[in-house]
Every structure is written in C-alpha cells, then in structure tokens.
Design a protein around this ligand. Structure first.
Ligand SMILES: C[S@@+](CC[C@H](N)C(=O)[O-])C[C@H]1O[C@@H](n2cnc3c(N)ncnc32)[C@H](O)[C@@H]1O
Length: 270
C-alpha cells in the first residue's frame, strides 16, 4: 500500500500549472486521476499541481497520478539528469537497470529515454501507482523498453528472505548485468526540519535495510535520498579503500535531493 507521506515536499518551487484541456475519455482505474482544473485537485495537492509541467512536461497528454504520487514523484528535469549521469558512469558490463520503487514512472521513463539500458525493470507495490507508471510510459513512447512488476521489490528481487514472490530470472540477471536505482519513501520524523537527517530513521525502510538488501544482488546501486541525509551513515557502508560519490540534484539553485552512487561507478565529470 502506498504510504501517505504528508509533509514530504521534494520540489516546493512553483512553475507553470497545467493547461486545462480534456485529453482523454478513457475511464481511469480506481485511485488514479488526471486533474485538469485546479478545483478538482484536493487542497493539500494544489501547490504540487501548480508545479505542472516541471513534473511531467507531457502532463497535458493525459498523465495519470495517484494523490500520494504528487508528493514523491521525481521531477522530469532531475530524473533526466540522474539518468544521464547513471548512463555516463555505469559500471562495466552493466546493461540493465532496476527501478525498485518506480512510483508513477518519473525515473523509469527517464532511464528508458536515455537509451543506455538494454532493458528497464520497474517494480511498484501499489497497483494504482503502477497503472499510472505504465500509462505514463506509453505517453512518453517508451513502454516497450520496460518490464513491470507489481509487488514488494525486496520480495521480487529475492532480498527479503521470503521466496514465494521472488522472480528468479530477474534476480539472476540483476546479479550478473544489473544496477539498482532506488527512490524509496522518505517517511519518518524530522526529515524536513533536521539539519542532518538520520537515515536510519527513514520509514518504512532505513537506508541500511535498503542498501544491505539490494547488496545481496549487486553492490551497484544509486539511492535517491533527502538532501540533508547524514553522509557519515552512507560513508560507513562504503568498503574500506573505496570511494563513493554523492551528487546533489538542484532546481532553481537549491538542492532537492541527493544521489549516493554506491559500487563501481566511474567518477562523474560534473
Ligand atoms: C518516492 S516514491 C517513488 C517515486 C518515483 N521515483 C517516481 O518518480 O514516480 C516511492 C514509491 O515506492 C513504492 N513502494 C513502497 N514500498 C515499496 C516496496 N517495498 N516495493 C516496491 N515499491 C514500494 C510506493 O508505493 C511509492 O510509489
């Protein structure tokens, strides 16, 4: 079930709101919306809706969102930049990417558009959110490059100890050819107010839980985390003698989030 992440505001700046024109008469699945008028938008989401095309430039083509997704979707410019960086510095012989928390597809679509990966595998626990991601990928013309999985990424990837829902073929190719991108929920106390965010308090999955779980498959991970994340906690997971890169992704000159490049990524030329 998608977590309601009140107070999570990854992109507080405003930009042009979506234009108001009806683009599709397709009935939407339960919990899925394509708001066209501000009065349709729940009050607590209106500021996000006003960010309009900075989230999905093709919003008017009929982008689908769940109400929860507005809080956590990666805005298109940031998703494209991350995809570009990951393509530039990917570890050798890594040709597939797993977006473990794909949401409504912000990052998944950017990875597919980058042309770097032979295949993009996208996992999402919430059915309505996954329906949005699939639909949005169609709008961006990249649906045929993505394989979707509905369920818990830790179970599907065989990293939870529960094997019933593990997709063994995915586990095997992830180990051999894969990198994992993870933009988990950032729930937890104090993430917006703390000067330094304790990554072990992140809910429902701590940084260590995510990193250690996925490390069973591959050390090559990029984790998308709050900009105030405690870098000492990330550094503590890096093997002795190795380095990691932390990249802040900004809009309007302000860091919105950081990515930790863990594993064998080449140095980024920034
Ligand atoms: C911050 S959002 C991801 C946003 C995404 N990058 C985008 O641009 O749309 C986190 C997503 O992870 C999903 N999620 C939470 N726990 C999960 C799990 N164990 N396995 C797969 N998805 C999960 C939530 O439903 C939510 O859609």
């Amino acid at each position: 079930m998608a977590r309601k992440r009140k107070n999570i505001d990854r992109f507080p700046q405003s930009s042009e709101p979506p234009r108001k024109k009806r683009v599709s008469t397709t009935p939407l699945p339960d919990g899925v919306h394509h708001y066209q008028e501000v009065d349709e938008v729940p009050c607590d989401l209106q500021k996000y809706w006003h960010q309009g095309y900075s989230i999905f430039s093709k919003y008017d083509a009929g982008i689908w969102m769940t109400d929860d997704a507005w809080y956590g979707v990666t805005h298109e410019s940031v998703a494209n930049k991350i995809a570009l960086h990951m393509a530039e510095v990917a570890p050798p012989k890594r040709s597939i990417i797993i977006d473990a928390f794909c949401g409504v597809g912000g990052n998944t679509i950017a990875f597919a558009l980058s042309g770097k990966w032979k295949r993009v595998y996208a996992i999402e626990k919430d059915a309505a959110t996954l329906a949005c991601a699939k639909h949005n990928a169609e709008i961006y013309g990249v649906a045929d490059r993505i394989t979707w999985f509905h369920g818990d990424c830790f179970e599907i990837l065989g990293a939870s100890g529960k094997t019933e829902k593990t997709v063994e073929a995915l586990t095997a190719i992830t180990g051999q050819f894969g990198v994992i991108f993870a933009s988990p929920p950032w729930g937890g106390p104090g993430y917006r107010t703390a000067d330094v965010f304790d990554l072990e308090s992140m809910q429902p999955y701590s940084f260590s839980y995510i990193y250690d779980s996925f490390k069973k498959l591959t050390p090559n991970q990029v984790l998308y985390l709050p900009r105030t994340s405690d870098l000492r906690q990330i550094a503590a997971r890096v093997e002795r003698g190795k380095k990691t890169q932390i990249v802040h992704y900004c809009t309007n000159g302000t860091s919105r989030a950081l990515c930790a490049y863990l594993g064998d990524w080449a140095p980024l030329k920034l």
